[in-house]
Structure formats: structure tokens, C-alpha cells
Design a binder for this molecule. Structure first.
Ligand SMILES: Cc1cc2nc3c(=O)[nH]c(=O)nc-3n(C[C@H](O)[C@H](O)[C@H](O)COP(=O)(O)O)c2cc1C
Length: 223
């Protein structure tokens, strides 16, 4: 598969089959992605991969805290500016609405929406989860580097016909992830990545997140 095909095919999967992914293949992919570039080659990423009993233990711990109303941790970093302005707010809204519509969860069903959000903390049923952490002292350039590593992993997974979903939602329970994975205090959880094989006919996996018009984003000045 070439890069263009992997980019076009990769899509967030939010319902996984429990079938395991070959652990050797997964480790190879995470190692290959270390080829990702970073500013001054500082390579600021810290990566955990969790499967089996430890992932089960992580799931049990988050399930115990998946209550209505929620008991989320205080955020270690703010995910969105407050307020999130247009055009970003509209795009975010549409991203969520398409998933809730696919699952038939009404807008006013706040508890139902919260229960759906908790699927994030079960890794959407995936057999493997990656967690990406960053040094607390890191700045915007290093955060961007983490994104490059993340996309490298996702494209390599796509090439291997393995599905995934990046998940900042895990940060809502960062204290549990830290405890279960023994993440040192100098590091902060950036996001998780659920890894496995999609349930082919799950309605949520049919959701397409289309993209803004290129003309709204690209400023190509050839004059
Ligand atoms: C860093 C990052 C964090 C994300 N966090 C979540 C998340 O917590 N839960 C979720 O369901 N999707 C999450 N997503 C998936 C995005 O919603 C998704 O990438 C976007 O809607 C585009 O859809 P696509 O991945 O299918 O192309 C995340 C994506 C990225 C890149």
C-alpha cells in the first residue's frame, strides 16, 4: 500500500472485534514509527502498549469510575480553547452528532451520550491500546512532534490492515492510566490509541468525518 492509499483508507474505528493483533507485528510498527521526524530530532514521545490482562485491569478500573454523573479527573492540559470559536466549534459538533445519529442516541439523552463516551475508556473493545505521553516541560513544538509519531503509527497500522482510533478521551481518566501503566510523574498523558480489527457492520464504523473545503484552508500563492 502506498502512502496516498493509507492516508485515504485510515479512518477512526469505534467498535472493534476482540480478536488479538499479532504482538510482534504491533511492536514492529511502533518501532518503525520511531522514524518519525521531530524538531532538532529531540524525539519527545514516550509510548506504552497495553494488551491482555493489563488492558483488562485498566478497563475494570475505568468502568468502576464510569458513573452518571461522571467522576472525571481534573484535566492536566486543556484540550480546547474556551470558548472554542468557529469554524472549529461547528466541525467538532458535527463530528459528535454523526456518531450519536448513527447510534440513535438523541441530543437530549445526556446520560445515553455519557454512556457512549465511556466506550472510549473500554478502548472501544479493542485488544490493544497505545498510550502516548509527553514530558511536562515540553512546549508546542514537542506536542506537534507527538502528533507526527501518532499519525505515523496509524498509517503503518493501516498498511498492515489494522484499524485504530486516536483518543484524547483517555485523559479524562489520566490518573487511572498513570497508575495502571506506572507512568512516571514527569510525564503527562497526551492521548490513547485503540488498535485492532473493526466490527465490519457496526453503524458507528460507517460514520464518515468529511473534511472542510481545501479552499478554506490552503493558501497557495503561486504569483
Ligand atoms: C489526537 C486525536 C485525538 C482523538 N480523540 C478522540 C477521542 O477521544 N474519541 C474519539 O472517538 N475520537 C477521537 N479522535 C478521532 C477524531 O474524531 C477523528 O480523527 C476525526 O473525526 C476524523 O475522522 P477520521 O479519523 O475517521 O478520519 C481523535 C483523533 C485525534 C487525531
Amino acid at each position: 500500500m502506498d502512502v496516498s492509499s493509507a492516508l485515504a483508507r485510515r479512518r477512526s474505528t469505534r467498535a472493534f472485534r476482540p480478536d488479538p493483533v499479532d504482538p510482534v507485528l504491533l511492536e514492529t510498527i511502533l518501532k518503525k514509527a520511531l522514524q518519525a521526524p521531530s524538531n532538532s530530532n529531540v524525539q519527545p514521545w514516550h509510548v506504552w502498549l497495553v494488551t491482555g490482562a493489563r488492558l483488562a485491569s485498566l478497563r475494570a478500573a475505568t468502568a468502576a469510575r464510569s458513573t452518571v454523573p461522571p467522576q472525571f479527573d481534573e484535566r492536566e492540559y486543556s484540550v480546547y480553547p474556551d470558548p472554542l470559536e468557529e469554524p472549529y466549534a461547528g466541525r467538532r459538533f458535527q463530528c459528535g452528532e454523526r456518531q450519536y445519529a448513527a447510534l440513535g442516541i438523541a441530543r437530549e439523552d445526556h446520560d445515553g451520550r455519557l454512556r457512549y463516551v465511556y466506550n472510549n475508556h473500554q478502548a472501544f473493545g479493542a485488544p490493544a491500546a497505545m498510550f502516548l505521553c509527553i514530558d511536562r516541560a515540553a512546549g508546542p513544538s514537542q506536542w506537534a512532534d507527538l502528533g507526527i509519531y501518532l499519525q505515523s503509527v496509524m498509517l503503518l497500522l493501516t498498511e498492515a490492515e489494522i484499524d485504530s482510533c486516536a483518543q484524547i478521551s483517555w485523559t479524562a481518566f489520566h490518573s487511572i492510566v498513570r497508575r495502571e501503566l506506572a507512568i512516571p510523574d514527569n510525564l503527562m498523558l497526551y492521548c490513547g490509541l485503540s488498535i485492532g480489527y473493526a466490527v465490519p457492520d457496526a453503524p458507528v464504523n460507517a460514520v464518515i468525518a468529511d473534511r472542510a473545503d481545501a479552499a478554506d484552508i490552503l493558501h497557495i500563492l503561486n504569483d
